[in-house]
Design a protein. Structure first.
Length: 348
C-alpha cells in the first residue's frame, strides 16, 4: 500500500489536538500522520497514597513513563508500566502535548485504526547522539519516550536525526552513535516496543547521516531501519535525484533493511554546495515528485511518504494526485497496447 500524510497536524485543521489531526487527515483522503515530539518534558513526583497498588499504565492523572524505587542506598529504575506502584516510589511523568494518559493514547490508536491512518513518531529535530554531553543523554531519553508513545499509539516508526559531527571525525561519530543506538534498540526489544528506530538521512554535510553512514548502522544494529528523506539526500548529493532510475537506485540501496516497506519523507528543497538550505513546497526547487511516482508505480512496493513541505497536507494531497495521474496514464497505455495486439492478431 502507498500512504501519504503530513509531518504534524494539518495546517488546515481547526483543532490542534492529535485527535483533531487524525480525523482531519482522514477527511482529506490521506492515510498517514507523523506526530512531532517537540514539546516533551518530564517531571518527578512522589506517588500519591491512592496510587499505591495501581499500575502506571492505568493512571488517569498523567503519563508515568518510569518508576524510581529505592533499594537500600541505591535506586532502581523500573520501566515496566504494569508494575504495581509502592509507597515512597518516585514517579516520572511525561508531558508531550499528544495525550494526557495511556488511556487517551489507546483511544487514539483505536480511532486511527478505524480510519486507516498509520501513525508514527518523530523525535525533536535537534538531536545529538554524537557528543559526550548532557544533550546526548536527553536525546536518548527522547527516543525512549518516542518508543513508549509509539507502543501505546500503535506507531509504526520512531524517526530520529543523529546529530552534528562537531569537532570529531566521522569514525568516532559512528562509534558513539552505534553504541547508543545499540543500547536503545535493545531497550526497545526489552520493553516489547515493535516500532523500529528510523534513522533519517541528513541534508547537511556537518550532520551525521549520509546514505553510507545510515546503511552501515542498519547493517550493524538490529532494530533500526533507514528513513529516506528524499529532499535531504537530493541536497547532500548536489541535486542527484532527477530521473526514475535515480530514485530506484536509492531505494534499492536501502531495500535490504526496510522489511519490504519503505518509510520516507518528501518535500521541495533549496540547496547549495551539498547542503540543504530550507524546505520548500514541491512545486518549487529542482526536486520533482513525478520521477519518484513513476518509479513507485514500476516497483509496486509498500511505501509511506510523509510531506515535510511548508504546505504539509496540501503537498501530501498533491503527491497523491500526481501518483494517481501517473498510474492512470500507465493503465491507459497498457490497455491501448493490449487492444493494439488484439487488433493485429484479429487482422491475421
Amino acid at each position: 500500500m502507498i500512504r501519504f500524510g503530513p509531518a504534524g497536524i494539518p495546517l488546515s485543521c481547526k483543532g490542534r489536538t492529535l485527535k483533531d489531526g487524525i480525523e482531519d487527515v482522514h477527511h482529506l483522503g490521506l492515510t498517514a500522520l507523523e506526530t512531532q515530539l517537540v514539546r516533551a518534558s518530564v517531571q518527578e513526583r512522589t506517588a500519591e497514597p491512592e496510587e499505591v497498588g495501581q499500575m502506571p499504565i492505568d493512571l488517569v492523572s498523567d503519563m508515568v513513563i518510569e518508576i524510581v524505587r529505592k533499594k537500600g542506598a541505591k535506586e532502581e529504575v523500573i520501566y515496566d508500566l504494569d508494575t504495581p506502584i509502592k509507597a515512597e516510589d518516585t514517579l516520572v511523568a511525561l508531558t508531550s502535548g499528544l495525550a494526557v494518559n495511556y488511556t487517551d493514547l489507546k483511544k487514539l490508536k483505536v480511532m486511527a485504526d478505524e480510519l486507516d491512518v498509520a501513525m508514527s513518531i518523530h523525535t525533536p529535530y535537534y538531536m545529538d547522539l554524537v557528543s559526550e554531553g548532557e544533550l546526548s543523554f536527553k536525546s536518548m531519553d527522547s527516543i525512549r519516550w518516542g518508543g513508549i508513545i509509539a507502543k501505546a499509539l500503535g506507531g509504526s516508526m520512531v524517526v530520529t536525526h543523529l546529530g552534528l559531527y562537531g569537532d570529531i571525525d566521522d569514525k568516532t561519530a559512528h562509534k558513539r552513535i552505534k553504541g547508543r543506538i545499540t543500547e536503545l534498540a535493545a531497550w526497545y526489544k526489552k520493553q516489547k516496543i515493535k516500532a523500529p528506530i528510523g534513522l533519517e538521512l541528513s541534508g547537511r554535510r556537518e550532520i551525521f547521516g549520509s546514505l553510507p553512514e545510515v546503511v552501515k548502522l542498519c547493517k550493524e544494529v538490529d532494530g533500526v531501519v533507514p528513513v529516506v528523506n528524499f529532499a535531504h539526500y537530493h541536497a547532500r548529493e548536489h541535486g542527484k535525484l532527477k530521473e526514475p532510475k535515480d530514485f530506484d537506485e536509492l531505494l534499492d540501496t536501502v531495500a535490504d533493511f526496510t522489511g519490504g516497506e519503505y518509510y520516507t519523507h518528501f518535500s521541495g528543497v533549496e540547496h547549495e554546495n551539498g547542503n540543504e538550505k530550507r524546505y520548500t513546497s514541491i512545486k518549487k526547487g529542482d526536486l520533482r515528485f513525478e520521477p519518484l511516482a513513476e518509479a513507485m508505480v514500476d516497483r509496486n512496493d509498500p511505501i509511506t511518504i510523509i510531506s515535510g513541505s511548508p504546505l504539509l497536507e496540501h503537498d501530501a494531497m498533491y503527491m497523491k494526485v500526481i501518483l494517481e495521474r501517473v498510474l492512470s496514464k500507465r493503465v491507459s497505455k497498457e490497455v491501448k497496447e493490449t487492444n493494439n495486439k488484439k487488433e493485429k492478431t484479429g487482422s491475421r
